[in-house]
Design a protein around this ligand. Structure first.
Ligand SMILES: Nc1ncnc2c1ncn2[C@@H]1O[C@H](COP(=O)(O)OP(=O)(O)O)[C@@H](O)[C@H]1O
Length: 299
């Protein structure tokens, strides 16, 4: 795509200043789901160019660092993208890159930009495309230096603009679109807990949906922490009922069109989660024709 082929300049401090003023405008625009239109365009071009640079193959690829998968996980908040992307990453030997984690890392730093971003994230809004692309580029660049040659993306792309830019710089092989009964999504987000020390994810929600009229029920037991994490659990600031509902609304409006983007290109694998990990994981492996690798998969 044209935008990704123009500039090869690094993400400069000037661009960062533009981004900062962009964020200020974005925060003062209450009617928009995703802040204002992407103006000035130059920020997005620079970020796209950075992504292109960081996506080019490493000059010294390391064969031991996994196969060259370029997979993407799509799905509503709470669906389990992180859980299944992380398992597949272990199984396939490619890094799991979650843009939500990159954003949260950025939020933990101090400064004006970070507090402006926090406002967006904690209200369930997306951060600007150019910012997320810049963060992802930095992560890919760091991975390239370590010899990484593939990845499983989780949480990116989340807008059609992001998908177009990604498509311009890398050939995504497969997009796994995870689906879960809607009534389970909110409960799963509200039950999510993270160990503040080791970063492991747990879920205290017990989901028990009764089936009716030919519709299967669903049981997902809680995923409780081991004793070493029990006293260190925290809840994400954006996992409140009000913010989760907004994130679901934003997903439906801005990310659902990304499903269509990949469907049209024949890259979308729809996967309806039948329940918790014990039922869903083997079924997902079958859908991905990865059963042969199952022996080495984590249980
Ligand atoms: N690709 C992206 N584009 C814009 N914002 C993003 C993107 N990825 C993550 N974010 C920001 O980080 C927040 C947390 O992301 P994530 O952990 O993926 O949440 P979720 O559980 O909703 O899938 C999002 O609500 C959004 O503000």
């Amino acid at each position: 795509m044209a935008v990704a082929h123009r500039l090869f300049r690094p993400f400069t401090p000037a661009a960062k200043n533009n981004l900062s003023s962009f964020l200020i405008r974005s925060l003062s625009s209450s009617s928009s789901t995703h802040g204002p239109s992407l103006d000035p365009e130059i920020d997005l071009k620079e970020a796209a160019a950075e992504l292109e640079k960081s996506s080019s193959p490493s000059s010294s690829p390391s064969p031991s660092k996994g196969r060259n998968f370029h997979w993407v996980f799509l799905g509503c908040p709470g669906v389990g993208k992180g859980t299944y992307a992380s398992r597949l990453s272990t199984l396939l030997g490619v890094p799991h890159i979650a843009t939500g984690d990159l954003v949260r890392e950025e939020l933990s730093s101090s400064g004006l930009l970070s507090s402006q971003l926090k406002e967006l994230v904690n209200h369930g809004k997306l951060v600007p495309d150019e910012f997320i692309i810049s963060l992802l580029s930095k992560r890919l660049e760091a991975g390239k230096e370590k010899g990484e040659s593939g990845y499983i993306l989780d949480g990116f792309p989340r807008t059609v603009t992001q998908a177009e830019i990604l498509e311009g710089v890398i050939n995504v092989d497969l997009v796994i679109n995870l689906k879960l009964k809607e009534e389970a999504l909110l409960a799963k987000c509200l039950g999510r807990r993270i160990c503040s020390e080791c970063g492991a994810n747990y879920n205290v929600a017990c989901i028990d949906i009764k089936g009716d009229d030919g519709d299967d029920g669903m049981y997902m037991p809680p995923l409780l922490p081991p004793p070493k994490c029990e006293s260190k659990l925290i809840t994400r600031a954006d996992d409140t009922a009000e913010v989760v509902k907004e994130r679901l609304r934003v997903y439906n409006k801005l990310t659902q069109p990304v499903e269509e983007f990949y469907r049209k290109r024949g890259k979308l694998l729809e996967f309806e989660l039948p329940g918790g990990i014990p039922q869903s994981w083997p079924k997902l492996l079958r859908a991905l024709h990865l059963e042969d690798d199952k022996q080495s998969a984590i249980a």
